[in-house]
Design a protein around this ligand. Structure first.
Ligand code: SF4
Length: 427
């Protein structure tokens, strides 16, 4: 059977799998780093997704098995800080936020790095201000072919300080492989997210491409596949989400799905299964080889997304009273961890310990209202209180440790941290 599973792995994935990176100390945490290292030693094959339980007496914390800086984020941070150190006096730009974490972005800006584009793609610094001597760092999400070409026109090498995560490049390779086999690429991703914009841009070089945000949009697309919706409605309905010259009648005969690396695994699987079923029914190929109309491939979620989501399911098996999820509010992978937690218990999505205003008051991001809200009495009176704690792939361990210490302040009878860490074997 024709399969895409044997596609070549990006070079970096093969060569640098076990690489460890130089990360500034301000992002590290002795407590969280110690817990992670302890768990890593106990479970080198990453088969155990149960959380680490820290019992402080009146309060217990359940710390997820996996969370925090991933390969792509550490790689990007190492390159960015090295670039700053090696190029004093030069203009150093980032195309946009390097990763979706406010602490990291603020620190880079405080060292003189300037952003050219908003996360949304709006221009902050006009291109004509740049000169060939300037340095432009490409963020971990990658960038579009159009921006790569723009930088080349300006005499700037877009590949010299490129922090594009190899797991994002893997999606581009997958899209290209599908395209070369005459499939149209359906990208499951957030259309305005930098990574999906970059993936869309690279994919359309080799294949007609359309982006679907979620199952509702996949269902809309399905109605064009089956012919239930008139073709001419496609163009306004998917405005900005399809490649130039996309032809609904011709380009929905053979499709393959790739996805933004940080989507919710269950959503991505459901969308791929749904579109496959639509093609099977449309072309009457039940029980036959589907690859004539649907590319046989697997999801393009990255390892960190899978590990962090699996660890969150592991976390949610424990009895708890509330969950705290730390990360940037525009972080896709973090928002999916929040979604998983909030189905089960009160969940507070915060970017730092500073959002815990007092024992009674917390300022947190409401994903559905897309704004920060304030909740009173977020810490129940129950004792012992049980709190789940995790964060996204772009959140420093130092932020998680600060949240732990901040919450412990409200429990004066709590046992000392060292004593608890010693008890679980971390120290
Ligand atoms: S979340 Fe995944 S794709 Fe994104 S930077 Fe990290 S490893 Fe790379």
């Amino acid at each position: 059977m024709n399969t895409l599973l044997d596609e070549p792995q990006p070079k970096m994935l093969r060569m640098k799998k076990m690489k460890s990176f130089q990360i500034p100390n301000l992002y590290k945490s002795p407590v969280i780093g110690g817990i992670k290292e302890f768990r890593r030693r106990q479970d080198k094959l990453k088969k155990d997704f149960t959380p680490t339980r820290l019992d402080f007496g009146p309060v217990q914390f359940l710390i997820a098995r996996h969370f925090g800086f991933c390969y792509g984020v550490e790689n990007a941070i190492e390159i960015a800080y090295k670039t700053i150190a090696e190029n004093p006096g030069k203009n150093i730009y980032l195309l946009s936020e390097m990763i979706h974490n406010p602490d990291v972005n603020r620190d880079l800006q405080s060292r003189g790095v300037r952003f050219i584009l908003e996360t949304s793609g709006e221009q902050i610094i006009p291109w004509d201000r740049l000169s060939p001597d300037d340095i432009v760092i490409v963020p971990a999400f990658g960038t579009t072919v159009e921006i790569q070409q723009k930088l080349a026109q300006l005499g700037i090498n877009a590949y010299q300080y490129d922090t594009t995560c190899p797991f994002v490049e893997k999606v581009w390779n997958r899209a290209s492989a599908i395209g070369k086999k005459d499939y149209t690429v359906v990208v499951h991703g957030k259309p305005s997210h930098e990574e999906t914009r970059a993936t869309f841009s690279h994919s359309k070089e080799s294949a007609p491409t359309v982006v679907v945000r979620d199952m509702a949009e996949a269902q809309k697309l399905a109605r064009y596949i089956t012919g239930e919706s008139p073709a001419e409605h496609f163009y306004p309905e998917f405005k900005g989400q399809f490649s130039e010259n996309f032809n609904v009648e011709k380009d929905l005969q053979r499709i393959g799905v790739v996805n933004q690396t940080t989507m919710l695994a269950s959503d991505t699987q459901a969308i791929a299964d749904f579109l496959k079923d639509v093609m099977v029914v449309k072309f009457g190929i039940e029980g036959r080889d589907v690859t004539a109309h649907f590319a046989d491939t697997r999801d393009t979620l990255c390892y960190a997304t899978n590990d962090n989501q699996s660890a969150t399911y592991g976390l949610l098996e424990a009895e708890a009273d509330l969950a705290i999820v730390a990360g940037g509010y525009n972080s896709s992978n973090t928002s999916h961890l929040v979604e998983l937690c909030e189905h089960q218990l009160p969940t507070y999505f915060i970017e730092s310990a500073a959002k815990i205003l007092s024992q009674n008051l917390i300022q947190h991001y409401n994903l559905h209202e897309r704004q920060e809200v304030t909740t009173v009495h977020f810490l129940p009176q129950k004792r012992p209180l049980s709190i789940l704690l995790t964060c996204g792939a772009s959140c420093p361990d130092a932020v998680v440790e600060a949240i732990l210490h901040r919450l412990l302040q409200f429990f004066p009878a709590a046992r000392p941290v060292e004593e608890v860490l010693e008890e679980v074997g971390v120290l």
